[in-house]
Design a protein around this ligand. Structure first.
Ligand SMILES: O=C(O)c1ccccc1NCC(=O)[C@H](O)[C@H](O)COP(=O)(O)O
Length: 216
């Protein structure tokens, strides 16, 4: 079953090669994520990202993940890589989200880190300007990476919550726990990175297929 025909839409993040993208697409993923953050073990160069993006079949959305990018970085990536969605995973403000949307002409998904109920107001704040929200686990203080840490949060915080834009659940999801996460939160979109890896930055095609199947 292809991505758009599935009940839930899955994003496999941190893909680094054409083989990774093919594995995600064949498994039925709706989105493939490319990380433009030099400190990440999943970082891709513009050339690697272009090759990976061109391997995505029609109907699979190519997501560029950025952390507080400046305009020059966005321009350089977008000149070479055919992205469909920009993911902002840093300390961007709502005003910056609006500027990135206007400058790139692409929809923007803003990541919001959650560790407790006090963080939920941030989702409301960004839902007014972003096209989608990525509801992710908040990294531990001093963590090297702002995402992709394999850390989850208490999914019960999301029970009964509704937002005016589509949202995606992320953070510590695996083939083994994704069905429970869906059952508790009602998430229709799911994002995973380290839970489908054999090692940081090394995707495992078997785990990708198992994750998409378990997401439903
Ligand atoms: O994955 C990274 O290396 C990364 C680096 C910098 C910012 C964000 C990053 N990943 C964000 C994602 O979209 C992940 O899919 C999401 O945080 C969930 O990650 P995981 O808990 O590993 O499934």
């Amino acid at each position: 079953m292809t991505g758009p025909d599935r009940q839930r839409r899955v994003k496999i993040c941190g893909l680094r090669s054409t083989a990774d993208v093919s594995a995600a697409a064949e498994a039925g993923a709706a989105y493939v994520g490319l990380v433009f953050f030099a400190r990440s073990p999943r970082h891709v160069t513009v050339d690697q990202a272009r090759a990976a993006a061109l391997a995505a079949p029609p109907g699979v959305a190519k997501v560029g993940l950025f952390v507080d990018p400046d305009d020059a970085m966005l321009d350089a990536v977008l000149a070479a890589v055919p992205l469909d969605l920009v993911q902002l995973h840093g300390h961007e403000t709502p005003e910056r989200v609006a500027v990135v949307r206007a400058r790139t002409g692409l929809p923007v998904m803003k990541a919001v880190g959650v560790s407790g109920p006090q963080d939920l107001a941030e989702i409301d704040r960004f839902a007014r300007v972003a096209d989608q929200i990525l509801v992710d686990a908040k990294p531990a203080a001093g963590a090297d990476l702002p995402g992709g840490n394999g850390l989850s949060f208490d999914w019960r915080l999301l029970v009964g919550r509704r937002w005016p834009v589509p949202w995606m659940l992320a953070g510590g999801l695996t083939p083994d726990n994704v069905a429970e996460a869906v059952r508790l939160t009602g998430a229709r979109q799911l994002d995973v990175s380290s839970g489908v890896e054999a090692a940081p930055g090394v995707k495992d095609a078997g785990r990708i297929a198992a994750f998409v199947a378990a997401a439903g």
